[in-house]
Design a protein. Structure first.
Length: 500
């Protein structure tokens, strides 16, 4: 019997009532293992209503109560990390160790939320005028929503809701319909930790559910991670409906390799950053820019390493890379490789047509490496989101920086060099939100915010860190004067208030 994934509204499982369902497949076998209920407008409204009702008391609850619950949730998350990772592997396909790493990075933001009391401290200035004090405070927004992608079904929601609920908001999550089960497990753990009913809700679905969240008058803010076209749509639509928005889009992350770099270290980094999680990462390195005469040697070192990667089911401990999320996505990724030579690229490794014995119906694709890729090629201009690495050749550092800065994306980038001066110039001159120096995937730790520039981010706030706290709260300034008991009434003064 096929498993059914339902909604989580008001602290309990709620069966889908729309009659619409979507299939969830095991990427390693291609078999449909689960049907996920798609929410109607009315079901989204019910989740928002539950969140609004809960906000009436949660928004004024003590910081001690909120952080106590989050500490309990953190302990439960730690105890159940293997179970969550197994759900991720079963529906996304990534190998178990990679899924465990995803949970660990989500835990970082839970840690940050457990210490939210420090982040929410206000400011006070006394005697700004005679017996006048001014205080700045931050308060929650109300009901907020998160719309999250398939590639990190546990981590990306945890980039959002821990800070949102720690700061006093209530939350409605619309996870990816391709791998929804991890979000339900998280909801159950939050309830077990003592989170009041309605503070955290999950509704599954498609564009119907998304659009209702974007237009619902009781939703005050929307967080999104996904592709650039959808991020732009989320930002435009939600902003038009008066909501605060942070919408993180796609990427084409470059790694600049200078002639003085340790090429073995650079090749190791390129392989792990390009092919880890089968390239289904918004921070994957998908373009290596080789400077000067090192290109041939670097490409050969990458090829040697890439050919040794063990591809297989995510629940096989010997597998280093799993399948792609769907057969449709696999075929799209393959099209960039099959069309690469015609666009002027040299195909060093062709991973199309790859299968795993005993799992022939899985969504498999092998490792692909393209060299001397023109900047006009689709394999370079598009975000592929698969295990395809492009190598581009330039003569100088300046030419490499100009190439990277000409990209419409500005999510993450990296430089590999032994030259501190060159690295310093790079981090100042490059037009991207996250920069790695001899670090291929510069995802910030929880207490520094994550976010890109240009078409990789729509909105003013990055996600988590200090930006996350500011996004889920709004500032208020209170100016107070208390008369001294010894003062006599002074009468009415119609002049402009004076500070001196």
């Amino acid at each position: 019997m096929t498993k059914i994934v339902n909604h989580w509204i008001g602290g309990k499982t709620v069966e889908g009532a729309s009659g619409n369902f979507g299939p969830v497949t095991d990427p390693a076998t291609g078999a449909v293992t689960t049907n996920v209920a798609f929410a109607s407008v009315e079901e989204v409204d019910a989740a928002v209503a539950a969140a609004k009702d809960a906000y009436a008391t949660w928004g004024t609850s003590s910081l001690a109560k909120r952080t106590t619950i989050l500490f309990r949730f953190r302990a439960l998350l730690e105890a159940n990390r293997d179970a969550i990772a197994e759900l991720i592997t079963a529906e996304h396909g990534k190998v178990h160790s990679d899924a465990l790493g995803e949970v660990a990075r989500g835990l970082e933001i839970v840690d940050l939320a457990c210490g939210i009391t420090v982040q929410l401290k206000g400011e006070l200035s006394t005697e700004v005028a005679s017996r006048v004090d001014v205080a700045s405070i931050r308060q929650p927004l109300g009901v907020v929503a998160g719309i999250t992608p398939f590639n990190f079904p546990a981590m990306v929601p945890m980039w959002m809701f821990p800070i949102a609920i720690a700061t006093g908001n209530t939350f409605v999550l619309k996870p990816s319909e391709k791998d929804p089960s991890a979000s339900l497990k998280i909801a159950e753990l939050l309830a077990e930790a003592g989170l009041p009913d309605g503070v955290f809700n999950v509704v599954h679905g498609d564009k119907v559910a998304v659009d209702r969240l974007l237009e619902h008058p009781d939703v005050k803010a929307v967080s999104f991670v996904g592709s650039t076209p959808i991020a732009r749509y989320i930002h435009t639509t939600a902003s038009a409906n008066g909501k605060r928005v942070q919408a993180l889009g796609g990427a084409k992350n470059h790694m600049l390799v200078l002639p003085d770099a340790d090429l073995d270290a650079a090749a190791d980094a390129a392989v792990s950053a390009a092919y880890g999680s089968a390239g289904e990462r918004c921070m994957a390195i998908s373009a290596v820019v080789a400077v000067g005469s090192i290109g041939d040697e670097l490409v050969e070192k990458i090829r040697e390493r890439a050919e040794k990667i063990k591809i297989g089911p995510g629940n096989d401990p010997t597998s280093e890379m799993g399948p792609l999320i769907t057969a449709v996505h696999r075929d799209k990724v393959a099209s960039y490789v099959t069309g690469a030579a015609a666009e002027g690229s040299e195909v060093v490794l062709d991973g199309t047509g790859y299968t795993v014995e005993g799992f022939e119906d899985g969504h498999w694709i092998g490792i692909s490496l393209l060299d001397k890729v023109p900047t006009t090629a689709k394999a370079y201009t598009d975000e592929i989101f698969g295990p395809v690495l492009c190598v581009l050749r330039v003569d100088t550092y300046d030419e490499g920086v100009a190439l990277i800065n000409s990209s419409p994306f500005g999510n993450g980038t990296a430089i590999f060099t032994r030259d501190g001066g060159a690295a310093r110039r790079f981090q100042l001159e490059i037009e991207a939100g996250m920069v790695g120096v001899n670090v291929p995937i510069p995802v910030p730790v929880g207490y520094h915010s994550f976010g890109g520039w240009k078409d990789s981010l729509f909105g003013d706030h990055h996600i988590y860190g200090n930006d996350g706290t500011h996004f889920y709260t709004r500032g208020k300034v209170v100016t107070t004067r208390w008369p001294d008991p010894a003062d006599a009434p002074t009468g009415v003064d119609l002049g402009f208030p004076r500070n001196h």
